[in-house]
Design a protein around this ligand. Sequence first.
Ligand code: HDE
Length: 694
Amino acid sequence: MKDLDLSKGGANHQKPKGDDDVMTTAQGAPVADDQNWLKAGPRGPSLLEDHIAREKIFHFDHERIPERVVHARGYGVHGTFELTDPIPELTCASALAGEKGKKTPVFVRFSTVAGNKGSPDLARDVRGFAVKFYTDEGNWDLVGNNIPVFFIQDAIKFPDLIHAAKPAPDRGFPQAQTAHDNFWDFISLSPEAMHMVMWIMSDRAIPRSFRFMEGFGVHTFRFVNAEGKATFVKFHWKPKQGMQSVIWNEALKINGADPDFHRRDMWAAIDAGDYPQWELGVQVFDEEFAENFEFDVLDATKIIPEEQVPVRIIGTMTLDANVENFFAETEQVAFCTQNIVPGIDFTEDPLLQGRNFSYLDTQLKRLGGPNFTHIPINSPKCPVRHFQQDGHMAMQNPKGRANYEPNSWGEGTGEDRGPRGCPMRGFTSASVAVEGAKIRERSETFADHYSQARQFYISQTPVEQTHMANALTFELSKVGRMDIRKRVIGHLRNIDEGLAGKVCEAIGLPEMPEAIKPAREPITDLPESPALSILKNSPNSFKGRKLGIYIAEGADAKVVSALKEAATATGAMVEIVAPHVAGAKLSDGTMLEANEKIDGAPSVVYDAVAVVMSEQSARRYDADKPSIDFVNDAFAHAKFVAYVPEVKPLFESAGVWKWMDDGFVDVSDGSAARTFIEKCGNLRFWGREAVKQD
Ligand code: HDE
């Protein structure tokens, strides 16, 4: 610090440490001072002549590129896909058909859909789950979501859907929310959206972290093997960490406390070496299955239940490196659904077909020209040979004279003739017969909009069903027009009368609106699919989760260290919260530094909490609002809470002392810390929510 002289504008008085440290212009010319614009005298006008100042400002003026029209807010990370069960009998894609253990580098970008680049992470929304595999036969982009179905069946409706979901054009709000008239107006007039509506009104739309959610390719794709035989396939990513979501009231508060909650979580986990992993699974089926299945496999508003076609796990993806430069990597990465490799092919899914146009097209606008594959994050890691040339920012123009074909260079001339197509190794489309008159029509086989929506709803636990009813109530309560509210409930009646009734009552409608006439009668006896519920598939582990320990002066040192030890031993992270960021003096006289001051670390940012302090401290903070909220919210959000009896005054003023249930664990005897962490493996004490609702 002592060489920092701030007296004359500061930075120009800091000396370079050596030649490598000398600042230059973008042209490489050494710079003497970039903190003072060239002036005519110390108090005179700034001179336009200053090429250094102008270059600095010019570049700054052009730093922004257009944000993505959807999925603007995202976070990217690097990793590796390892093939654990090669499937050459199904596909010749080198990343999936190679030897067991084969590794392929990947870059994954997680995102929300509706909000702009600066919107909060905990919006109720679909999450993007886009994976770029840098395979040795070209880049394969699996541009999926954390929900296996979509709102619409035909890509031509996408601009309408997104216009309706984004802020209303006249007023420019609400940001990153579906809770407004335009969205529900569009949805209630698009029955095909009903299955997706069930998913986004479920806890899937408010994940606890990118690490704790599934991913889906959504569409049916084709695998093609070396003999040219094609099979249908759907892709699934299963998080090894298990699934977990937050509660809506918690989401609202997290958005205020830490709008970067999801990106921070991913960054922190990778930084700490706790690398998240997903298994890649495939559902493979043939034409015969497709013909007999109740729904059309080309319809992206439908799933194939895992109980009907099991998911076969073929590999593991490990995300182990944070980006070094957010803009260069996360912002400039360009995913395109058309990026497939030999062995993988599209189907006629009308949503996928439209996406194949949109993604390439949008990169031109965003990245400014056709050479975005020259940007390192988008460059394949295998050899690239073609006759494409020039354009904005061309960085990899081919060498030599041959920039066309056919050509006869190389025939004894010793010059490079350039590459040639190779029928043996090159991409060949699956040989699928197509015919039909040109027509703008939706297939009859796409017409059932309610059956799987119902299947999703009945597959949830009662706690999850209640969350869905609450979410619908919240959203419709933000819709101003009564006719739109009624129309939505009219659809819900075709899904589940009980759900429709609950929402109808909760928004205060005096009577049930009429059910909407379905395009096709729903199948009401589809069986439950337990795979669709988050809670039925709970990980039963606290690994990778976060414990917040709120301490104050006089906290029992032994209890605090027992809690830290038990949590760390199970692979969880621990943060110390205190009234002052400097920390607090524990019972043994040692000072424990805090990670956060209580005001900046409400309990919503933790999966479970502990409150350890002396009775005197508990009295001191029993009227402190952040302290009261910490305890009160942990209770309201069904969290497990560890405590020592001395905290009674604080717990009493938070109104929870008399309601303490089995989700509260007295850890004053240090050995109870382990029991507490074991309980935390259940992630929430859902019994508390059930009691509150009765
Ligand atoms: Fe996208 N989508 N999308 N989408 N999408 C984009 O491409 C589009 C759809 C998804 O992290 C855009 O590069 C159309 C389904 C993800 O960079 C754009 C349709 C699924 C991402 C686009 C869909 C997705 C995007 C905007 C209807 C799940 C972020 C910026 C047919 C399977 C990728 C960009 C990233 C991004 C168009 C529907 C997932 C405009 C026309 C279904 C994860 O091209």
